[in-house]
Design a protein around this ligand. Structure first.
Ligand code: GLU
Length: 294
């Protein structure tokens, strides 16, 4: 068996919080327990929100946590050509289309639709499922936008993608902590129907989270993806993309989340739980581990 490779893949678009500490420490522990490696990936495709200052703080956080960092790191902003060629492969399969509705137009469509008392489906991230350009725009308007410089997103035609991969797709899920790390993988049926046509790239950004994560897991030779349960539903999208792109499938391990007092997922904008403020306020490692139940 090849030696396991784990990764910690934070986005420096805000300060890391104690939920990220749990993820980083669980990855480090699992890599040691399974005699594998831990690679770091800087997920900085959003060049408007990711800054060098936030990235520097992120590396200070990881050093403070005592996470061993194997260099070189993979930096997504330097990898755009790889995402572009994956996108072209999906385009060649006829599975990608340009979608012209703006966020405001989608919002208006959904609120008009819901005014009659019905509800419009949301994806697992809470965003409205894409209604399709023809639900909102006339044929003439669609043509005008296609012929002009209008902004667009490149979306995966999920219905066609599911037809292409067949219905029997599964991913392998294993436990993330303690003894469950060594358990046998359990097959989880892929269910991407709730996502609708996910975004793969935009006019000015040649990739999206879903596309770059599968390309990079393969490029880094990741065998074990260990990440928060909030990304569990996204794994269906990732398995479909791996299948379409002919990429190997890692094992997946989704860990518990650290929640706030109201039972909500922590956010990068809540400074009280940022690792930066905790380390600057002198929190010890023991106190941190108590906070995250390790
Ligand atoms: N960059 C993502 C985040 O910070 C993690 C992606 C992943 O682990 O697949 O939430």
């Amino acid at each position: 068996m090849t030696s396991p490779a784990f990764r910690f893949a934070p986005s420096p678009n805000g300060y890391l919080h104690i939920g990220h500490a749990l993820s980083a420490l669980l990855n480090a522990r699992a890599a040691v327990a399974l005699e594998g490696r831990l690679l770091v990936r800087v997920e900085d495709i959003d060049q408007t929100r990711c800054t060098p200052q936030l990235e520097a703080e992120m590396f200070k956080d990881l050093a403070w946590l005592g996470i061993p960092l194997e260099e070189p790191f993979l930096r997504q902003s330097k990898n755009f050509p790889h995402y572009r060629s994956a996108l072209e492969k999906l385009q060649d399969l006829g599975l990608v289309y340009p979608a012209y509705l703006t966020r405001a137009e989608i919002k208006r469509f959904v609120s008009d639709y819901e005014a009659s008392g019905k509800s419009w489906p949301r994806d697992p991230d809470g965003a409205p499922v894409y209604p399709g350009d023809d639900a909102v725009l006339s044929d003439a308007e669609r043509k005008t936008r296609a012929d002009s410089d209008a902004p667009f997103a490149l979306r995966l035609d999920m219905k066609k993608a599911l037809e292409k991969v067949g219905q029997e797709l599964v991913w392998s899920e294993v436990g993330a902590e303690g003894k469950t790390l060594f358990a046998s993988p359990r097959p989880v049926p892929v269910d991407a129907s709730a996502w609708g046509d996910v975004v793969l790239a935009r006019k000015d950004t040649p990739t999206s989270y879903h596309l770059s994560v599968v390309v990079d897991d393969a490029r880094q030779g990741i065998t074990d993806v260990l990440r928060g349960k909030d990304l569990y539903p996204a794994t269906s999208v990732h398995r479909i993309l791996q299948e379409l792109l002919g990429l190997p499938q890692p094992r997946y391990r989704h860990h518990r989340l650290v929640l706030d007092e109201d039972g909500r997922k922590l956010s990068k904008s809540t400074h009280a739980t940022s690792l930066r403020s905790l380390r600057e306020n002198g929190l010890t490692h023991v106190q941190l581990r108590n906070l995250i139940g390790l």
